[in-house]
Design a protein around this ligand. Structure first.
Ligand code: SF4
Length: 468
């Protein structure tokens, strides 16, 4: 499918009115708003614009929310008229925000489309084929990673043993409060775990400890609790951190509106990581029974909204253990190419977090063994050779070392998954039982660096092209 085939910013007002009248419980209020918006379109100077389309007015926010609300409410009953109405609301949003891309949001359409990037998907499937020896897959992945990443380093020699630069980062958990009920997570709302949210000052102090260990790129992580972790909270925290430390920042937080992402970009983030967990709509709804995360489309299009708001680095992921990983990986590859076509100058990154254990009573329904995990990472390297591949400390050191020598380009080290978990000692991780997941590779940063240097990786502390 060519993305230009869905380029049509047009609104059929009569259709939209009839549709909303039938499907929207708050039709009268919403139609009043939409009528006002329509009138304002006749006097374009009334629209706010910073020249780059980043200042998003209340009208646009309303339209964006309404579109997702309707998609969510229609759920499994979604039909052609719902899609048409969603596209019209998206058209309206695009017009109001002077969107840079020329096509409508239509990610759902391509996730299962075998005609979309078939060669990339075939590469993934080749790596997953048990008839292909694992050694062959590993060697091919290593060659591809060197080809695409070694040139970044002056020290690397394609013909020699030196591999590609390894970029190190650390997560900082800002908050363990969460209103969602994700069945697999230790931070889910019903769990009786100690909850904590860091103040901006506490976050600044925690980052100071990470900077002392050499870290210059920090992934800010938080549960979803709108009253506590609001956009204002993130903006204040990010600004405070950047006033004190020369670090680059990305966020792994609940999906935001386009306007909120734009505020985070303005405050100083360069990246957003947003795992879909599983692309299977039915399974997704089952694992996320309550809370804002139950809104599949709001999450699915989160990275697209982030890119529209100016985020430079887009991190995708599936949570291994929730579903058959191969269809999920196929959908993720299509998702990544969709983003790449719409936003060609953004960096794409993949993560494959694996559930080792969940809250009491949760049994991992699709356990993924080590070989499958390795093949999946190699499959992503083959499907999109220039994508960043990210690996966390959830995995044991032996597996991390093998993957670091094969295809990984970004690695966390010495991580804590507890808000305020970093202490003066480099081996202090907070109480691991209070974390979102258990840190399995508990080596301090200097030990991980020593391992990477043994493998020949030059160490990079900041993402390429982003020096603060
Ligand atoms: S996975 Fe994220 S959103 Fe879900 S319960 Fe855990 S912290 Fe909350």
């Amino acid at each position: 499918m060519n993305l230009s085939t869905v380029s049509h910013f047009a609104v059929d007002w009569d259709f939209l009115k009839a549709y909303l009248c039938q499907r929207d419980a708050h039709f009268a209020i919403h139609w009043d708003w939409i009528t006002n918006i329509r009138q304002s379109l006749d006097s374009p100077t009334s629209l706010k614009d910073d020249g780059a389309g980043k200042v998003i007015g209340k009208d646009a926010e309303l339209i964006e929310r309404l579109r997702y609300q309707l998609l969510h409410e229609r759920g499994e009953n979604l039909d052609a008229s719902d899609i048409q109405a969603a596209e019209m609301l998206d058209s309206l949003f695009a017009i109001l925000t002077h969107r840079e891309t020329t096509s409508l949001r239509h990610l759902r359409r391509i996730l299962d489309d075998p005609a979309f990037v078939p060669d990339a998907v075939a590469q993934l499937e080749w790596c997953m084929d048990p008839k292909v020896p694992l050694d062959q897959v590993l060697a091919s992945s290593r060659r591809l990673t060197k080809e695409h990443f070694a040139a970044i380093s002056h020290q690397s020699d394609l013909a020699g043993p030196a591999p590609w630069p390894m970029f190190l980062y650390a997560p900082l958990y800002l908050s363990s409060y969460c209103v969602n009920h994700c069945l697999y997570c230790g931070f889910r709302f019903p769990e009786a775990v100690p909850r904590r949210i860091l103040s901006a000052e506490e976050a600044v102090r925690q980052i100071g400890l990470l900077v002392e260990r050499g870290m210059r790129h920090i992934l800010l992580v938080a549960g979803d609790y709108p009253q506590k972790t609001s956009t204002d909270y993130y903006v204040d925290t990010i600004r405070a951190i950047r006033r004190h430390w020369p670090v680059s920042l990305a966020v792994e937080i609940a999906p935001q509106s386009t306007a909120s992402y734009a505020r985070l970009v303005e405050a100083g983030i360069i990246g957003v990581t947003l795992y879909q967990e599983t692309y299977d709509w039915n399974l997704y709804r089952g694992y996320h029974p309550q809370g804002p995360k139950s809104h599949y489309d709001w999450r699915l299009e989160g990275l697209e909204r982030a890119a529209e708001a100016g985020v430079q680095r887009l991190g995708l992921g599936i949570l291994l253990g929730l579903a058959d990983p191969v269809p999920d990986a196929r959908a993720m590859v299509r998702h990544a190419y969709y983003l790449k076509e719409r936003f060609p100058n953004r960096r794409i990154a993949f993560s494959l977090p694996r559930i080792h254990a969940g809250p009491e009573g949760f049994r991992v329904p699709h356990p993924v063994n080590d070989e499958t995990l390795i093949r999946l990472y190699c499959g992503l390297r083959h499907a999109m050779p220039d994508a960043e591949l990210v690996l966390s400390t959830r995995e044991p050191w032996q597996l991390r070392d093998l993957l670091a020598a094969t295809c990984i380009t970004q690695l966390s080290a010495g991580s804590s998954t507890v808000p305020g978990g970093y202490g003066e000692s480099a081996t202090h991780f907070g109480d691991e039982h209070d974390g979102q997941f258990r840190v399995v590779d508990r080596r301090p940063v200097n030990e991980v660096i020593a391992m990477l240097q043994t493998q020949g990786h030059p160490i990079v502390w900041q993402p390429t092209g982003h020096n603060n």
